[in-house]
Design a protein around this ligand. Structure first.
Ligand SMILES: NC(=O)c1ccc[n+]([C@@H]2O[C@H](COP(=O)([O-])OP(=O)(O)OC[C@H]3O[C@@H](n4cnc5c(N)ncnc54)[C@H](O)[C@@H]3O)[C@@H](O)[C@H]2O)c1
Length: 270
């Protein structure tokens, strides 16, 4: 139910919108008056959200399949007559893996989803976005800029998403299409919960993930949704930016000292 009008009358596609951050983004746009096409490769979450949220339509679509993506965009325009914003959120973080545990095949599959999925949806959407001076929001990750242990392929795909955002912002500026990305820190979602469950001590993993933020908690999908609505609506002079939604997680050194992980002060040899 719309309680705001910041994006009223606009049409938004959210990939991976069936759960987690994507569902939070879909909700935020609906709350601000938009009509939202929820794209997901899994039916259950997206169908439930479609039932719950007036102004949404679910379309089953795997963003790694070009034919699916073509249908996603053509169906969106057929039903709603326009397209104003695409949020490329569908993505995956593999379980922790040391470099020697990675494979070229696994890396390639992750690129297909996290990077090329974003590229393909963008490519099919651009002709429609150009008509309305619309915008694209790519969901990248803080770790694309600062790195992450045991996550070489994931970090590489997200670094590439941020870089692609900037290149595309330049190219699309001549059409007035803005292209930005959001880099979340730790956001509490089914994916985060699932990854924590694979670790020897899930509760300790969640606590560590929580304490990585100076704000002392994980973010909520709704908070990423609020950032996305801001970028799509009010941020009319922002293009090519990376908006950090991280609770300050990148402000590492002083924060680590405060939370007591730097307990030993090294003595300087005389
Ligand atoms: N949760 C975090 O802490 C965090 C932090 C930084 C970045 N991100 C990024 O945010 C995005 C969403 O993450 P999340 O935590 O909500 O994950 P999630 O697994 O909880 O939800 C992802 C959704 O995307 C869908 N999806 C996956 N592959 C797809 C495909 N090929 N086609 C269409 N849909 C597909 C899934 O079915 C699922 O509904 C991802 O790109 C992730 O890398 C998450």
């Amino acid at each position: 139910m719309a309680t705001g009008t910041r994006y009223a009358g606009k049409v938004v596609v959210v990939t991976g919108g069936g759960r987690g951050i994507g569902a939070g983004i879909a909700r935020a746009f609906v709350q601000n008056g938009a009509q939202v096409v929820i794209c997901d490769k899994d039916e259950s979450g997206g169908r439930a959200l479609e039932q719950e949220l007036t102004g949404t339509v679910f379309i089953l679509c795997d963003v790694t399949r070009e034919k699916d993506v073509q249908t996603l965009i053509s169906e969106t325009v057929r039903r709603f007559g326009r397209l104003d914003c695409v949020v490329n959120n569908a993505g995956y973080h593999p379980p922790p893996q040391w470099p020697e545990e990675t494979s070229a095949e696994g890396f390639r599959q992750l690129l297909e989803l996290n990077l090329l999925g974003t590229y393909t949806v963008t490519k099919f959407a651009l002709p429609h976005l150009r008509k309305n001076q619309g915008n694209i929001i790519n969901i990248s990750s803080l770790v694309g800029a600062i790195g992450q242990v045991q996550a070489v392929p994931y970090v590489a795909t997200k670094g590439a998403v941020t870089a692609m955002t900037k290149a595309l912002a330049l190219d699309e500026s001549r059409y007035g299409v803005r292209v930005n990305c959001i880099s979340p820190g730790n956001i509490w979602t089914p994916m985060w919960e699932g990854l924590a469950a694979l670790t020897p001590d899930p509760a300790a993993t969640v606590l560590q993930g929580t304490m990585n933020q100076p704000l002392g908690r994980m973010g909520q999908p709704a908070e990423v949704g609020a950032a996305a609505v801001f970028l799509a609506s009010e941020a009319t002079f922002c293009t090519g930016i990376e908006l950090l939604v991280t609770g300050g997680a990148e402000l590492g050194y002083g924060h680590k000292a405060m939370k007591g992980t730097l307990v030993e002060v090294p003595t300087i040899p005389s």
